[in-house]
Design a protein around this ligand. Structure first.
Ligand code: COA
Length: 327
């Protein structure tokens, strides 16, 4: 039976850097607080005229080239995003057109910061079912566009960027070994943006007046559930595939807070030198954190054939998940 293997990666981030020192001039915060509470030193910020789908296309071209395919080889494009270019149509359709991937069905999904992992789960299932062979999975966000720069508790966290992953069908012992995804809608208010949907449409005055079109987060509560939930699903995928944490070459978690990453690593017994962390340079780019970090480590030659990579993510929904991949 076929399953999915990661055949190529790519990333594109805006050139403009927003440092902690610059945020000190906007909200009542300090570089010291941000670094010690989150691990973030700087993040990327899209320019006024920048369009997210252009960044996603650039990342996708790199992933396709690395994987030896051209856009017309794609049968599926999955885009994980909470910040599409526009609500309708899906950003995946815009990307499909810009790439010229005429044979690919394309759609977006919103699983918050777990979006890339949800996409990995779906792509692997489609490939196993014989419904897809060459899948482009993109995580792309312009989170600074939804960050409230009057709320110091959230605006310091977010950054912009896009990562792409090419998944190919394989019968080899490489690729996706196990995935699991979970949801708890009872925690919907932990991380949310109440406005710009159908309850508070963008064209109603209260959406603007009550600042409902910005991301809101209950940070402390989210932190605790995130650590517990990611640890649980990591253990599940390891158990299901017959591996122990000591077999894992790299833990690649969603980059929301380096204290969360350390806590998950500690609970699993994976030391920090085997945890992939780049939050200090990009902040939280939601669904893009994992594919961006993966591409960095692949291109720097740190990830090698045969490595066992444990992915995990947690985000708005609440959503979370894990995946185990043999490189
Ligand atoms: N600068 C300075 N002080 C700040 C601040 C900032 N940017 N943001 C909050 N504070 C203050 C608070 O007002 C509070 O002050 P008080 O004690 O006087 O009330 C204090 O710092 C502690 O706030 P708290 O929210 O408890 O901080 P924290 O240690 O929980 O860190 C987060 C906040 C957001 C960094 C952290 O909770 C977090 O990362 N949460 C999880 C995020 C996550 O996983 N999201 C899921 C994916 S998106």
């Amino acid at each position: 039976m076929y399953h999915a293997a990661i055949a190529g990666t790519g990333r594109a981030v805006p050139p403009t850097i927003l440092t902690n020192a610059e945020l000190e001039k906007i909200v009542d915060t300090s570089d010291e607080w941000i670094r010690t509470r989150t691990g973030i030193r700087e993040r990327r910020k899209a320019g006024e005229g920048d369009v997210l789908s252009d960044y996603a296309v650039e990342a996708s071209r790199q992933a396709l080239e690395a994987g030896g395919l051209v856009p017309k080889d794609l049968d599926t494009i999955l885009v994980a995003t909470v910040t599409p270019d526009q609500p309708i149509p899906a950003m995946a359709c815009l990307i499909q057109n810009k790439l010229g991937a005429k044979k690919a069905a394309a759609w977006d999904h919103n699983a918050g910061c777990s979006g890339w992992l949800y996409g990995l789960h779906v792509a692997d299932a489609l490939i196993q079912a014989g419904k897809a062979h060459n899948v482009l999975l993109i995580g792309a966000e312009f989170l600074t566009r939804l960050a409230d720069y009057t709320d110091r508790a959230t605006c310091i966290l977010f950054g912009d960027g896009a990562g792409a992953t090419l998944l190919k069908a394989t019968r080899s012992d490489h690729g996706v070994l196990a995935t699991t995804i979970r949801t708890d809608g009872a925690g919907a208010s932990f991380i949310c943006m109440p406005g710009a949907g159908s309850v508070y449409p963008p064209n109603r005055p209260e959406t603007y007046e009550q600042r409902l079109g910005f991301i809101k987060m209950m940070g402390g509560e989210t932190f605790k559930v995130a650590v517990r939930s990611m640890t649980d699903v990591c253990k599940q995928v390891l158990d299901e595939s017959g591996f122990a944490a000591s077999d894992v070459t790299w833990l690649l978690p969603h980059q929301a807070n380096d204290r969360i990453i350390t806590a998950v690593g500690d609970r699993l017994g994976i030391p920090s030198e085997r945890c992939i962390v780049n939050i200090e340079r990009y902040g939280n780019t939601s669904s893009a954190t994992i594919p961006i970090a993966l591409d960095e480590y692949v291109r720097e030659g740190k990830i090698k054939k045969g490595d066992l990579i444990l992915f995990t993510a947690f985000g708005a929904g609440l959503t979370w998940g894990a995946g185990l991949v043999r490189w």
